[in-house]
Design a protein around this ligand. Structure first.
Ligand SMILES: [Zn+2]
Ligand SMILES: [Zn+2]
Length: 360
């Protein structure tokens, strides 16, 4: 009897028939292996969850009382007829690629990843495989990120200039990953760091699991640009331009996102400043990661899939597109505010920028 492929693609998510589990499924399944805590990957309603020790606290914070088992990076675990292991994806703290092996055949699901170090997440680890299932959120040559040290210098220069002019600096960044990366990049000698509630809550979860992050003050009534002159304020993108932001006082606002590489996005949002900073791989990062796997077959899941598939085929790969419900990097959507779903009363509204601001 011919064997099924190691992983199959279903309307519930990426499925491993012989292990009887799904990876980052978007509809409820009995057993889910989860790459990381962003809401397009870690969804409610599954019977049981398995995630890395580093991503479990955020997943538990977001999804409440779930059956969640943990696994260390590199630990091999037998599930049904296959062996699985989780490996650093460099996307956000605790994020993983998932390796699945059966009789010497290896497939790897990347989840979201980036190759360059961000000073915070466990560095991306190339995993040799026969078939690599990759995101390609930023799969165009126009997307090229600066090294982390240069991004930090840009941020601090902008912050210091605003502080010198008596303004606070508000940066929009999603609450899990990028917000903490900004904090870790900020030079506390310039001024205090303030946070929006969604950012503060997620940061508290990460601090509790041992991440060293600078001191922050949650913006509550009575905390503003007068009590904290020249502050850097880190908030979800959706908070920019709102009454919440105006109350803090005279401010300069900026987004930190890979989409800031596109002038049209910056212009439509009326932003003087944007930091081209992403937790997804840029063009070079995608190509480096794919080459490093040694895989001959590549499936791309979300992003510029058609263009990127074509590019891979031109490079001699056997390439395919998988339809998924992952959202890539969003300015407004789910990744922005990973508050507890339970309290929020349901799923967040999705409005991925790919469908709106960015060219497809
Ligand atoms: Zn993500
Ligand atoms: Zn994602």
């Amino acid at each position: 009897m011919p064997r099924q492929p190691l992983l199959t693609f279903t309307d519930r998510g990426i499925c491993c028939p012989e292990g009887d589990f799904h990876i980052d499924p978007w509809r409820p399944v009995p057993r889910a292996l989860i790459t990381h805590g962003h809401s397009d990957h870690a969804r409610p309603g599954h019977g049981a969850y398995l995630a890395t020790e580093g991503s479990a606290p955020v997943i538990r914070y977001r999804l409440g009382d779930i059956r969640l088992g943990t696994i260390a990076y590199g630990e091999r675990r037998r599930i049904g007829g296959v062996t699985v292991s989780f490996h650093p994806a460099g996307h956000v703290p605790g994020s993983a690629q998932i390796r699945v092996e059966r009789a010497g055949e290896v497939w790897v699901v990347s989840g979201d990843y980036k190759v360059a170090g961000d000073g915070l997440s466990e560095p991306f680890e190339p995993v040799a495989c026969h078939c690599f299932i990759s995101e390609c959120t930023f799969g165009l040559p126009v997307f090229r990120w600066k090294p982390q040290a240069e991004l930090a210098a840009d941020l601090n220069r902008w912050w210091a200039a605003n502080a010198a002019e008596g303004r606070v600096s508000i940066v929009g960044a999603y609450a899990l990953g990028k917000a903490q990366r900004l904090m870790a990049s900020a030079d506390p000698s310039i001024g205090p760091i303030l946070t929006h509630g969604a950012v503060e809550a997620t940061t508290a979860v990460l601090r509790a699991q041992g991440l060293a992050l600078p001191a922050t003050t949650h913006v509550t009534p009575g905390i503003d640009g007068k009590t904290h002159p020249g502050a850097l304020v880190i908030a979800p993108p959706s908070a920019l331009g709102t009454a919440w932001a105006h109350r803090i006082g005279p401010a300069a606002e900026a987004f930190a996102s890979g989409w800031m590489a596109l002038r049209g996005v910056r212009r439509r949002r009326g932003l003087a400043q944007g930091f081209v900073m992403s937790d997804h791989a840029d063009w070079e990062g995608l190509n480096t990661a794919i080459r490093a796997t040694g895989a001959e077959r590549i499936f791309v899941t979300h992003g510029y899939t058609a263009i990127f598939r074509r590019w891979l085929e031109d490079q001699g790969y056997e390439a395919g597109i998988v339809a998924t419900e992952y959202e890539g990097e969003s300015l407004d959507a789910a990744e922005a505010e990973p508050g507890p779903l339970i309290e929020a009363g349901g799923e967040e509204e999705a409005g991925a920028v790919q469908g709106g601001d960015a060219p497809g």
